[in-house]
Design a protein around this ligand. Structure first.
Ligand code: NAP
Length: 499
């Protein structure tokens, strides 16, 4: 009896949808209504607020439909060919023609490519007052003069268009929020429409971020087309530095030996040369990570205020410090790996000190100074690398979110500068007394490690100046809002932070 009542309810709902159509639409749609639930398993159709419609039965439409069903929504697909597309759709969904499907729900997801949006124009009456969620993306930036969502709004002015869910892929929708990006961005003109979409997003297990009006849609459509935007500059710097130092050291170490001593040591390119390039690039990039902060402090000191914008180049530089630091850590890690394999190299075994002494029948005295230097050099390197790893770990969002602002800035700023100091000292110890030996300057050029010491030394020196009590006091006051000569200044003279 209960089952009979349920079936009756489903039929009544279907009839309610059909009753709201014109006679012609009804006769067209009657033969197109396909339910994907066997009648005996039928569940009561949810109210309209719990029913959503998905136009398009492609990859995204199907994945979204499945997630909506799993979250407890009733799903009605709108398709050009309801009969042929029904076999691929998730169990429990209903497929109708577009006009009938549009009438069954207030919220309609448009999972159709933008090029086909003109099919919506004849449906303008049925879509009046409905919330249309534009899921579309483009193949490249600025493919069309206006954003897809704005185009959709112009085609169906009577509907409320909301851009959203486009940053998720069909794959991530199928795998669920535990295994994918949990963030959904939305924008649109109507607050109620956006609230309806946010409610669905939250019920599906996503967190929704309202990015504002529909004019932001183009930005949301560009999201999926981004290719590591914040990594571009750091990657270019890393590649540029690696190439420059590789060729510099190739000339100084390998070609110099070949030209002046007719010695072929080209095999050193693979390990020795690589193990020189990696620490050099790592130290320079770590310095580049801390240099903009130091420059910004001096700029604030010079201007006597924090209420003026930094130049764009400095802003951009500061925004990619995390990526610079992570790449620096990557190079440091390679340096550690290369160093660890040194004892298993043929070259090392062949030229080891003990073998040399046996061959030459000579004994070298134990030198305490050299032992101290060697151990200090290694120890500083290990400590520096340990802190390097700590900096890398705390820059991960999941870790940094668990830290207070003070903890985070203590690690990233104080321990960061300490890391730079340890790694710089490690490199100075590597040079040791070779700085003063003329044989170090092959073809009058300094070795790579000397060149790479310039930047970190400058950064550390500037930082030392900044932490001297009198400078530190002024900088702290400026950061707390104090302005030099604020009393005498004409308010019109100050440059606004937001142009
Ligand atoms: P798709 O697999 O090509 O499916 C699109 C669906 O649109 C088709 O299955 C078809 O459904 C319908 N359609 C095709 N031509 C049509 C026409 N002339 N008129 C009306 N409907 C037509 O595309 P998709 O991958 O699902 O993507 C759909 C939209 O979501 C696109 O705008 C895409 O940019 C966006 N998107 C996709 C993903 C993803 O991971 N796939 C992620 C984010 C955003 P019927 O045959 O049932 O009518």
């Amino acid at each position: 009896m209960e089952k009979f009542l349920l079936v009756l309810e489903v039929i009544t709902t279907c009839c309610a949808v059909t009753q709201s159509m014109t006679g012609q639409e009804r006769s067209e749609e009657k033969s197109e209504c396909v339910s994907l639930s066997p009648m005996m398993e039928a569940v009561p159709a949810p109210p309209e607020s719990e029913r959503v419609c998905v136009f398009g039965t492609g990859d995204l439409g199907r994945s979204l439909g499945l997630r909506l069903l799993q979250a407890g929504y009733g799903v009605v697909f709108g398709s050009r060919r309801p009969h042929s597309s029904s076999s691929l759709l998730p169990h429990g969904a209903q497929v109708l023609g577009h006009a009938a499907a549009a009438q069954s729900a207030h919220l309609i997801f448009i999972a159709v490519q933008r090029e086909h949006y003109d099919f919506l124009v004849p449906l303008a009456n049925q879509l009046k007052g409905k919330v249309l969620v534009d899921l579309s993306n483009n193949l490249k930036k600025n493919q069309y003069p206006e954003a897809n969502a704005e185009y959709l709004q112009s085609l169906v002015p009577g509907a409320e268009v909301v851009k959203g869910f486009n940053t998720l892929s069909a794959w991530s929708l199928q795998n669920g929020p535990s295994d994918a990006n949990r963030q959904v961005y939305i924008c649109g003109e109507s607050v109620e429409a956006k609230q309806a979409v946010i409610a669905v997003a939250i019920k599906l297990g996503f967190s929704a971020l309202d990015r504002g009006f529909l004019s932001v849609a183009r930005e949301l459509e560009d999201f999926p087309l981004q290719l590591f935007p914040q990594w571009r500059l750091p990657l270019r710097i890393a590649i540029g530095l690696s190439a420059a130092f590789f060729f510099y050291l190739l000339i100084r170490d390998i070609i110099y030996a070949y030209v002046t001593q007719s010695k072929d040591i080209s095999f050193r390119i693979m390990v020795s040369l690589a193990n020189k390039v990696c620490p050099i690039v790592s130290l320079i990039m770590l310095s580049l990570c801390y240099l903009p902060g130091v420059l910004a402090s001096f700029l604030q000191l010079y201007r006597g205020t924090k209420y003026r914008r930094f130049p764009d180049w400095l802003d951009r530089w500061m925004l990619c410090r995390k990526q610079l630091g992570l790449l620096a850590l990557g190079f440091a890690f390679l340096h550690v790996l290369y160093t660890l394999i040194i004892p298993i190299r043929f070259d090392y075994k062949h030229a080891s000190l003990s073998l040399f002494q046996i061959r030459e029948n000579r004994t070298t005295q134990f030198d305490m100074t050299t032992a101290w230097r060697g151990d200090s050099y290694l120890s500083l390197g290990i400590l520096g690398f340990g802190l390097y790893v700590l900096l890398g770990i705390t820059s991960l969002p999941s870790v940094s979110n668990a830290l207070s602002w003070r903890e985070f800035s203590f690690i990233q700023s104080k321990l960061g500068h300490l890391t730079l100091l340890l790694c710089t000292a490690h490199t100075y110890l590597y040079g040791w007394n070779r700085f003063l030996s003329s044989s170090t300057y092959k073809w009058y050029t300094p070795p790579g490690y000397m060149l790479c010491l310039v930047l970190p030394s400058v950064v550390l020196l500037l930082k030392l100046l900044l932490i001297t009590p009198c400078v530190d006091r002024t900088i702290t006051r400026i950061r707390q809002g104090w302005e030099r000569g604020a009393d005498q200044r004409n308010p019109k003279d100050s440059q606004p932070l937001i142009p």
